[in-house]
Every structure is written in C-alpha cells, then in structure tokens.
Ligand binder design. Structure first.
Ligand SMILES: N[C@@H](CCC[C@H](N)C(=O)O)C(=O)O
Length: 294
C-alpha cells in the first residue's frame, strides 16, 4: 500500500513499520522526526524499515524518533516479526532478520486467532568490552565503573547487545524514582565517555531471578519498556552475580523473560501487539516533502 504504515507495540514501546519501497518520500532524519512526533505526526518510539538483505530472510533498519539509527531493538524485532506475519510477507513462524547489530533468529507464537501474540528472539551475545559500545574508558570490561552525571557519583556496567547500554544498579531493597531517570537519563546518554551516546537503565534486583528497570533510550528518551535494555540489564546483573538466569525483567510497561547463557548469548521472550494499519494523508506527505532536508 502506497505510504502505508503498520503500528504495533511491545509492552507500550511503540513502533511504526514502513516499507521504503512503498513510500513516495525518503526516510530522512527530518521526515522521521516529524512522523514520530506525538503532536505533529503519528507519534512513535521509532520507525522500523524493511530493507533487502542477502544475509537473512529479512533486513531491518531501526530509526529512533530523533532521526538517528539504532543497531538493534528487542521490542522492535518482535513488532517487525508480527508485521511480517500479519501482512503475509511470510507464512513461516521461524525466520532470521539482519540488523546493523547482527543477525537474529525469531520464533513466533500464534494465538487462537492465528496472530503472533508473542515471540522468542535470539538476541546475540552481550559483551562488556568498551570498544563494542563504544566507551572511551581503558579497561578490559566495563564492570561497575565510576562515573559522574547530573551532580551524582555513580557506578555503571557497560553492555553492548549490538546497541550500547549503561546499566546503573542499586542494591536490592533500594529503589529508583522517575525524577532520577529524568535527571540521569539524558546526562548519561550524552556523557563524553560514550561517543555514540548510549541507552540507560536504572536497575534494581527485586528477587533472585528478577530485576526492575527504568529506561532512558538513546534518541527516544523515557520509554515504557525496551527489549535490548532488558537484555543488557539482565546480562549486567548476571555478570555481577546479583541474579540468576532466566531473569524476569520488570518495567513500567510489563515484563520480559531474558535467558542469559554461560557465554552471554541472550534469548528474549515477550508479547507483541498490533494496533493499527493506515496511510499517511496527502497533505501530511506535502508537508514532509516541503521540509525535505531540514
Ligand atoms: N526500544 C528498543 C531499543 C531501540 C534502540 C535504542 N533507542 C538505541 O538507540 O539503541 C528495544 O526494545 O530494544
């Protein structure tokens, strides 16, 4: 469908899926920002674009609402999978997707209506290597490193799961507030030691195999849930001996189950929902074209 979109969410982390071949405009930083704007556009935590690939069944590019590109998105992958199945691009329930953050394998779980209600995604391997995020600190692994942000002295664990994450863990029994997130999120996202910025998780263990996290996403800000953030926080907490796998990661939008293998290979399981399908209006398209390049 010309200029069509598919809208879905994973635990309240919402994405629009589009096929650039069907668009009469380009997905530029300016058009992405406008479409994702919650007042002036459709509103979204990002755009998922289906692209050609030779390495997997499907190719995916992931855009943040500020127009930047992300390497990986856990919720985005579940939403993309639902889109592929719901729009008849595949009848298979197992397939591979090529992202800038590596190849992933997906298994869809259908409900009694035949809809993909949840998905299990092999998210790749977590690493704490500073070069992978990147992070400028000269250490072998980014484990409980000191950092100053928003006037506070903290310790963070840096994790790449294809995209970069800065996990700040409090001891079990303590808690993080939304005020903490709104102050620390942007300060850590844009901290000088992360040249490509970073996603941020304020985390606390809430059981032997359970974490609660608040999320500040690179290029998106506060979100209700994040799949790659859940993978990063679970990896950090397992690596530091604070929880055991499989880890239930609770977020404001709901919970995901993350399996962390011995070699830090990650499996994420969680729900996905379709919200709407539609087309951009002719007048909105004229506005996008008029703003081209801005
Ligand atoms: N919501 C996502 C993460 C999206 C990408 C992120 N903002 C980045 O820039 O890396 C998820 O569910 O993983």
């Amino acid at each position: 469908m010309k200029n069509g979109f598919f809208r879905g969410h994973g635990l309240g982390n919402d994405y629009l899926v589009m096929d650039p071949k069907e668009l009469t405009f380009s997905l530029t930083p300016a058009s992405i920002k406008r479409i994702c704007d919650r007042n002036w556009g459709l509103g979204s935590d990002g755009i998922l674009a289906i692209v050609p690939t030779k390495r997997a069944d499907f190719g995916l590019r992931i855009f943040n609402p500020d127009g930047s590109e992300a390497e990986k998105s856990g919720n985005g992958l579940r939403i993309f999978s639902r889109y592929l199945h719901a729009t008849g691009r595949t009848k298979k329930t197992r397939f591979t997707v090529d992202t800038k953050g590596g190849l992933v394998s997906i298994a869809l779980h259908l409900d009694r209506h035949g809809d993909a209600a949840s998905a299990t995604v092999e998210m790749g391997r977590a690493t704490f290597d500073p070069a992978a995020l990147p992070c400028t600190l000269r250490v072998d692994e980014l484990l409980r490193e000191p950092i100053d942000a928003a006037g506070r002295s903290l310790r963070f664990t840096g994790v790449s799961v294809g995209n970069p994450h800065c996990v700040v863990l409090k001891p079990s029994g303590e808690s993080w507030s939304r005020e903490d997130l709104l102050a620390l999120g942007p300060a850590l996202e844009n901290h000088a030691i992360f040249p490509k910025r970073t996603n941020v998780q304020l985390a606390v263990p809430t059981g032997p195999a359970e974490l609660f996290i608040l999320i500040w996403e690179r290029g998106a800000g506060e979100t209700q849930a994040s799949g790659s953030s859940s993978c990063a926080a679970a990896s950090a907490a397992v690596r530091l001996g604070l929880v055991r796998s499989p880890v239930t990661v609770k977020m404001p939008g709901g919970a995901l189950t993350i399996e962390v293998a011995q070699d830090f290979s990650l499996t994420m399981k969680g729900p996905v929902a379709e919200v709407a399908r539609g087309t951009l209006s002719a007048s909105f398209l004229r506005e996008l074209r008029a703003k081209r390049g801005k």
